[in-house]
Each structure stands twice: as C-alpha cells, then as structure tokens.
Write a protein that binds this ligand. Sequence first.
Ligand SMILES: *Cc1c(COP(=O)(O)O)cnc(C)c1O
Length: 812
Amino acid sequence: MIHFSQLPNIAGGKILLYSEDRSIRSLIIDSRKTTAIPDTLFFAITGERHDGHRYIRELYTKGVRQFILEHGIENLEELQGANVLQVESSVDALQSIVAFHRSQFSIPVIGITGSNGKTIIKEWLFQMLSKQLSVVKNPGSYNSQVGVPLSVWQIQSHHQIGIFEAGISRPNEMQKLARVIRPTIGIFSTIGSAHDEGFTDREQKIQEKLKLFDLAEIVIYCKDHQPIDQAIAASNRKCFTWGYSSDANIVVVKNASDFTVSYEHQNFSLSLPFSDPASIENCFHCIALLLWLKYDHIYIQESVKTLRTVHMRLELKEGINHCQLIDDTYNNDLAGLEISLQFLSHQHQRTRKRVILSDILESGLDKKDLVRQIATLIDQNKVDNFIGIGSALAEYKNMFHSSASFFETTETFLNTFDTDHLHDEMILIKGARSFQFEKIVSRLQRKVHGTVMEINLGALVHNLNFFRSRLNSSTRIMVMVKAFAYGSGSNEIANILQYHKVDYLGVAYADEGVDLRKNHITLPIMVMNPSEESFDSILTYNLEPEVYSFKILKALIYFLNGKPCNVHVKLDTGMHRLGFEESDLDELIRLLVANPTIKVASIFSHLAGADESQHDTFSTQQAEKFKSWADAIAAVLGYRPLYHILNTPGILRLANFQFDMVRLGIGLYGVDPTAEKFQELKPVATLKTIVSQVRKINKGESIGYGRRGVAGHDLTLATIAVGYADGFSRAFSRGVGQVLINGKRAPVMGNVCMDMSMVDVTGVDVKEGDEVILFGTQLPIQEIASSIKTIPYEILTNTSERVKRVFVAESI
Ligand SMILES: *Cc1c(COP(=O)(O)O)cnc(C)c1O
C-alpha cells in the first residue's frame, strides 16, 4: 500500500499542502467519477480543451482529500485536511506511481501490442487462463497513456498473472507504458495502417512498439508477418514464433475443417470456433502463449473450443413500463462492473436506478471478499434497488444495504418476480453467460419489431472530439438536437452531450426543449421557432427563445412584462429564411435598450452555402456583414453576447469564422455534407431490419403491388420487414435502392410497401431472420441519399419514431 508521504520520492514534485498521511487506494483522473472517497488520489490533468484543476473544489466537496496538481489554485489553503502535491506533469506522475506499484509484484505479466487484435487477444487469454489462475487485465480497451496505468494499478496480491495491452499513436509513448506494465512476456499482434500519420514510416512504428518488450524474456509473434519478423530478428530479442512457414517454432497447417499444430516434434489437431482470418490469427497468438507457458494439448484443445466472441458493447434500450434497460449480458468481472455502473450513473433520463447482477465467476477472489467488493461498488454508485442472482450473492446478502432482493437462479427470478413493480427506472442487467440473462432482457424489454436504429455512442463522442480538435479551445459548441436529434433520439443524445460538456443545445420547437428538461437536461437550450403559445413553457422550463422578427420580439416583451429572459438574436445576412435585416437594426437596438431585462445571450446568423467552395466569396460577405451588424448591437448593449454563424460544413471548411460558438448538427452523426469527405468522421447510425421470408421466383413472374417488378430471370426473393412507414422511402422502389444482407448488396424489387419490401438476393446465402442493413458503415447514408436525389439530412430525420432506437457503448 502506497502512502501520500511516499509520493515526492516516487513522482518528484513539491508538497503544497499536507495534513496527515493517508493511504492511496484508488486513482482517478475524471472528476465525474462518482466513487470518490478520502483515500482516492485525483490527478488534475491539463489537456488542450480540458483542465482538471477546475474540478478540485467540487471533488473536495465530494470527499476527495488527495490531489496531484500541475499548478497551484486560488485559495488552496481552504482545502482543510487535504494533501496536495504539485508536479510538472500529472500524467508522468500517474505513470511513476503505478510503475512503483507494479515493481512490488513478481508475477508473470503479458504485454500485448500491435495494430489490431490487442483487445480480443487479451480477452481470449483471460478466458483461457482464468479457469486456473487469478488474472488481472485492462478493462475494455484502456490501453492509452492514462488507461494503462489505471489498469495496472488494479494488481493485488492475490493475482497470479497480468495481461495488459498497450496502444500508442506517436513516437516516445511506448517507453512510458513499458515502464508501467513491465511485461515479462510480449505478444506482437499485427502491424497495419492505424496511426500511420503519427510516424515517419512502418519501420519506425514497429521499432517504437517493440520498446514495450525491452525487458521481456520472450516476444511471441507470427513469423509470416515479414516486417515484424525482420525487425524482431534484427533487434536480438529472444522470440517464440508461430506461422504457416516451416521455420516458425510452432508450425500450423490448415486442413479442410481443422488445423494441425506441430511443436517440438509433436503434432496435435485443433478445431477453432471461428472461421474468419482475423479471429484465426488472434487465436493462434493465444495458443502460442499457452504452449510457451507449457500448457498441454488437451488443455489447449478444450479451452479453444469454449472461446466466445468478445462483445465490447453494452446496449441502452427501451424497457416495459417506461423503464430503460442497459443490456450488458456478455461478460462479467469486477472492472467491467465498475464501468457499467458508471455508465448507469451517467444516465439521467430516469431518476431511479436498479441493478440486476449475477454472481461473478472466475474472479480469483474468495466468495466473501468478492461479494464485499460488489456491495461496495453498488453502494458507491448510488443504486436504489439491487437484485442479486446466484448462490454467492444470496449467501452473503447481508453485505448489501438498502433495498436488495436475491434469487438462487435466473429461473426462480423469472418465475417469482413481479415485473409490474418496475416503473420509470434505469435498469442495468449484467450477468455471466451461464446465467442466461438474455431471458431477463427479453422479458423486460419493449418488444422491438424487425427494424431498429442503432446509435453508436462511442462514434458520436469521437466525432464531437474531432470537431473540437478543429476549433480554438475557447470556442463554444452548441449542438443542434432538433428533429429527435436528427432521428437519433433526443434525450439519450442530449444526456451524453451534457456529460461531455458541450455548451448549448438547440431545438426547433419549445416542446422539444420541455421534453429535454423533463429528462433532466440542464444545459442552456435555444428554441429556434418560439410561438407565442409556447412562451409560458419557455419561461417555466428555462428555455431561451430565438428572436428573428419584430412580431415575435414585441410579443415576447409584452408577455415577459419586465421578467428576465435570455434570447438569441437572429440576423439575416443572406440565407433569407429568418432574421432581422440591416434596415431593422436601429429599431431592434431601440427595443433591446428599452428592455434591459431581456438579455441577449447570443447574436447569430446562418450561412447559405457553407458546403461548397463556389460560394466562399458569398460566405465571407455574410460573415463580414454579420460581424459589423452584431458589433453595432453589442456596442449599445454594453455587454458582449456570443457570436456564431457556423454549422457543420462551416466548421469543416470555414473555421476562421468560428467567432465565439459554432452550431454543430449533422457532423456529429458522422455525415460530412461537404465534398471534402473527412475520413476522420465515423458513422453513428445504422438502420437495420430482418428478413421475414425467402422464396424462389420464376422468370416472368411479377412482384408486389401494381405488378410493377417483373423477374427478368429466375431469382431468389427476400421479403424484409421495413417499408415507407418506417422511413424507407418509396423512391427506393424498383431497383433504385439497395440493402446489405450478409455483406452483399441486394436491389429492391417492385414497389416498397408500407411495412415491407422485397429485395433480390439471388446468389446470396440468405435465410429467414438474417440481418438487413439499410444504411450504416458499409452502406453510407450519403450514397443512399443520392440514389433517390435527396440529402443525408432527410434520410436520417425520416426514420419513423416507431423504429426503436438502441444505443450502444463500449463495455467490458
Ligand atoms: C440545423 C441547424 C444547424 C446545424 O446544421 P448542420 O448542417 O446539420 O450542422 C445550424 N444552425 C441552424 C440555425 C440550424 O437550423
């Protein structure tokens, strides 16, 4: 156990405040973590857009008493009873402290690096080794400069082996991670194009990654990867290889349905539960490691057989009785539970929180200790109701405070629990595979019809950060969540935006703003089309109307009758949709000055042609007009409202007009409306349905209403569960639209119907129930839109609200 008084020796720096020595149990870098207690140590990290020092006081109020800072803060002495160390770099200090922690254990530690497969290899090794050993590993893909130390910090005395992955994006990062992980065994997976931009060439990238293994006894890799092989051979590291070539230590031969593995003059056969090349490769990295550790063939054959696909995701979906479910039924260990509980505590759409959890198997802890740790996590994350399923949880039920109930098996829960008790709750469902919690999910979820829209929250946050990286750090972001957040589901999207600290939300109508407030969204919200009837809700729910005409401004003044209100003044600089014109400015200024309780929170305008370079001169003129008109207003107001004019294409193409704030819309969903096609954006939405039926059609037969499609040849036809009532436009009829089934494109046959459509799947391996992608990563919205001569905005927002939205996030 490390104590605060040791830190200057371990991490350097100088003590700014010291009250009493304390032990350090948990490390946090994110002020939003809820599990903050006196023996937590907080690292204030300064990033380009983020400054951890701003949250010190808030954390102190929550009970944190130990801090590492990069610079002093005002009135530091008020933090009575706290210990504060100032260092040059908080991230370096974090790494040093964990490197010290690591040095106190002499267990074997496997370090994994490479461009692809790291997380899967790590999870599979965990599946294979945890049957016999107590294993510690990174949660999820916590493999960065801060993720790695937080992972390695978990090592405790009962652990028998560690498995940690390390990822880097530029030179000089790996040495730092090597010091923290200090692997005794290395695995180098593959080398690919990821993060190429950070390195001069592949060779440099390989050399950099290899630094992870500077102190390792052995490096395991696939001999068939020539660049890796050459680099490792040249480096004189001791290595242990597998491959299809005969000079590998482990030689693999692929047969019709299995593999023959030859190692040290012995052969054994192996059948793998996966057939895709990437999984096979990941699997053999694991097998090579097991052979190196001297596991016998039988153990290897058995554990390979039970390997399971790694699902790194949890799903947020609609439940019965206005509940929301977080479905995380794929894996379970303590670190994964902590991540899921945090995800639960960040969902503010429902106030009451419930957890349904199974026993955690293969944790390496004794039962009592394990249940105690679970109970602590449940407590710290402010769970209102707990349901434990399994004999271990039931045996130690006394460790749980508050409202908890216990069941021996999933069956007894399903047979005896009255689901009518569940109302308006956020419910996390997390169980080990053998408990078959999918049965609970299926009982509690609102029945989904064939079609769902899947929203990838990780991609959404990635896109948000991409836009942030293109803006000055002081520029604020308003995210437009009008039209059901471009079809993606307003409340869930707004909740995650609030968590990631955007500055403003924008909606089209007051109702949309009211709904957000009812779902506990506290960010400022601009309403673009405030009607007079909506003024009352605008005031009640603390919304901020846009004013674009004298009619609306005068009505508002009359309604407010001296009460204060924030407004946003819209200027028409060339879009000619809404807004005041130049000739209106004098009158506008007179009214604003006469009504000082109306506060102009911002002044804004909208570019008409930000997406195309042919309009750049016009856009520049718009921006110049905007600036001079806004300055004229601000000059008499006596304070400076926020200025903003850029939407997504504007941020991408005309960032010099960012002023104080931008209004981000479609780009957040990974759609680039410009011709420039920014590769960094990741698609967020996938619309999918299922195959309802498959049939053969003879040449000459007609298909669908009006007998509009006639088979030109014998074909196989699939009926899919989506129609124009779901938002699958009728314009896709008769070959115009295509869908994706099992990786193959299938054109629409005949006319799209209200709830169904038919597609030609001749030559594709298709059966009832198969998944059909209508748009997503492999079938971009841009392409779909242009096939029916419309724009991605319309495709996204047309998706009917009867289509259920499912939100997925990374878990483990
Ligand atoms: C919808 C909207 C935006 C966002 O536009 P995108 O092109 O989707 O980024 C910005 N400003 C106003 C006024 C809008 O109505």
